[in-house]
Design a protein around this ligand. Structure first.
Ligand SMILES: [Zn+2]
Length: 278
């Protein structure tokens, strides 16, 4: 049992062989796929794919790169799309000051507006943060304060996708109710930071992801990534933790089901936020 918490298999790169890609992953043990939007078109495509496969779920949102395209009309369309039955999250949203493809003010506006949308719809958020660690953390800390009165206290507010901060920051995110998602970069030889996080956080707050078609694990590095390769990431995490593969696979699957409300993957786990942090 494995859940790919973040992939982009609606991407045109998979148009030629999407069904084969899904089948390879299922044969490898992946039992659910969360397909993430980055703009309106890819969000529509994610919902479309989810509607035609029982094990595929969708997140809809506008990535910081496309933030300047998020006007009021687009936001309204996004909110209607978020009401589709297979939509389990708003994302990916956040801040990217590395590539700066949208001006910072547009990124901040789009981020806040979509957080607000997620809160109105009671959906968790999938967060992208690059070279914006402190600001992203501050925005999400005030979001936690604002969202909490209406939020079931045993459910995470969202997930930090492709988390790239240190273990200290990871634990601070857990304290405010955010899970961390570990990508294939933990298989790279010089990846001390992410390896420390993968080895150090409680499994209950960990998700695993491919981010396919990006960030293929070491054995496929610089090639197209696909959800079947999630096994390599989970093997590496198990090795880092001195744990066995099955335990990491099923516990991260259960955590991810808890985050996104995928009831048929694992029973939702009830716990107080911040519990189990050592
Ligand atoms: Zn992504």
């Amino acid at each position: 049992m494995l859940v790919d918490s973040h992939c982009h298999i609606q991407d045109p790169e998979f148009d030629a062989d999407r069904d084969e890609v899904l089948d390879r992953a299922r044969k490898a043990g992946v039992s659910a796929f969360v397909v993430i939007g980055t703009d309106m078109e890819s969000s529509w495509r994610a919902v479309d794919l989810a509607d035609s496969h029982s094990d595929v779920y969708a997140a809809v949102g506008v990535h910081p790169h496309s933030a300047k395209e998020l006007d009021n009309r687009t936001l309204g369309a996004l909110e209607r799309l978020a009401d589709s039955p297979k939509v389990v999250a708003v994302g990916e949203i956040g801040l990217d000051y590395y590539r700066m493809l949208s001006p910072p003010e547009a990124q901040q506006d789009a981020f806040r507006q979509q957080l607000e949308l997620a809160r109105r719809r009671s959906l968790p958020v999938v967060i992208h943060s690059r070279q914006a660690d402190e600001e992203t953390f501050n925005v999400l800390t005030s979001y936690e304060e604002q969202a909490l009165p209406d939020w079931p206290k045993d459910r995470p507010l969202g997930v930090m996708h492709c988390f790239a901060g240190d273990l200290m920051l990871a634990l601070r995110y857990i304290q405010i109710g955010f899970m961390l998602s570990i990508p294939g970069t933990c298989t790279y030889p010089k990846a001390q930071l992410i390896c420390a996080v993968a080895g150090g956080i409680p499994l209950r707050w960990m998700a695993v992801e491919t981010d396919a078609p990006y960030l293929a694990p070491q054995a496929h590095r610089r090639k197209r990534n696909e959800p079947a390769y999630l096994l390599e990431t989970v093997s590496r995490i198990a090795e880092l933790r001195g744990d066995d593969f099955q335990n990491v696979a099923s516990r991260t699957a259960t955590s991810t089901a808890w985050l996104f409300g995928l009831g048929d993957i694992g029973e939702p786990v009830s716990l107080e936020r911040g519990e189990e942090i050592k």
